[in-house]
Design a protein around this ligand. Structure first.
Ligand SMILES: [Zn+2]
Length: 302
């Protein structure tokens, strides 16, 4: 039986992070799961409220569970950015492994009290569910933004992180440490990168001790991501980079032959395009230049 809690415990000491990739269709799910299987590293599949509305909460859960069982592999399902208790309850009842309960738009005190109440309710349905809480401002929308935030958002302090974790009892904390959802155009072209406050991550980690998630990982400098993982980040969310790759791959598939109408001949271009991003990110998060299977193969032929 694969356990996300156990995996997070391991990642607290192993210095690697679990890749969390958002999906809203079968192309993205295929790309994420086949990348993890090929590299033999665990993975989290994320679906936000909007993504769940499109793919179906019960349906994505059935798909992820069937893949986990078929391959006997640690593939976990997270209800990403869940703003209402109602949709959190729906996800738990559908068998999700974790919920990102996001009341960060409220005041700090309201966020604490609503998160604490939600945890009590959600764990009464499934005691082994993991609940992640959010504090601070990291922007909304995993999409391409015309320009970045006009002013830098305030970052999470170790003191408020400690207060929030103690008061709510969250299993996982998502702080604001320089990360931001979405990409600006220069990041899509790769000419600029996001940077993280790695020293702040280390201070928050030593204040709270629990697993930390980095949201808005798309477009972040590789070295910053590696340092953030060393400083205490256990889960890294990537969404917008996948969406960019999905669109580029789809356009490539469509441009091959204007008379082609067979979905399974067009869509593999999108799967491959997304896979290239997922694999590169998984390799970075898991601190290995080559996948386990590739290494095994190299050893066999050597
Ligand atoms: Zn997020």
């Amino acid at each position: 039986m694969h356990s996300l809690a156990k995996l997070l415990e391991q990642s607290q000491v192993s210095g690697v992070a679990i890749g969390h990739f958002n999906v809203s269709d079968l192309v993205l799910l295929k790309a994420v799961v086949s990348s993890a299987l090929e590299l033999q590293v665990p993975v989290m599949v994320g679906v936000s409220e909007g993504e769940r509305q499109f793919i179906g909460t019960r349906q994505i859960s059935a798909l992820v569970h069937s893949l986990r069982e078929e391959f006997d592999f640690p593939i976990f399902l997270n209800a990403d950015h869940t703003h209402s208790l109602e949709s959190a309850i729906d996800a738990v009842k559908c068998g999700f492994d974790a919920i990102t309960f996001d009341r960060s738009a409220l005041s700090f005190e309201q966020n604490i009290s609503e998160t604490q109440q939600a945890i009590e309710m959600l764990k009464s349905i499934n005691p082994s569910l993991l609940v992640e809480g959010e504090i601070g401002e990291i922007g909304t929308g995993s999409e391409i933004h015309e320009e970045g935030a006009s002013e830098p958002s305030p970052l999470t302090t170790p003191e408020e992180a400690k207060q929030y974790v103690t008061a709510t009892g969250v299993d996982i904390l998502a702080p604001a440490v320089g990360n931001r959802h979405g990409l600006v155009m220069s990041m899509v072209w790769g000419t600029t990168k996001k940077h993280l406050d790695v020293e702040l991550i280390a201070r928050i980690k030593s204040a709270v001790g629990i697993p930390l998630t980095l949201h808005g990982g798309s477009g972040t400098d590789d070295a910053d991501l590696q340092n953030a993982i060393t400083a205490g980040i256990n889960i890294v969310h990537i969404n917008t980079e996948l969406r960019v790759a999905w669109r580029r791959g789809l356009e490539e598939g469509l441009s091959q032959d204007i008379y082609q109408v067979v979905p399974y001949k067009i869509l593999p271009f999108a799967v491959e395009s997304v896979k290239r991003v997922v694999q590169a990110r998984l390799q970075l998060f898991n601190g290995r230049p080559l996948g386990f299977r590739e290494k095994a193969h190299v050893q066999r032929v050597a």
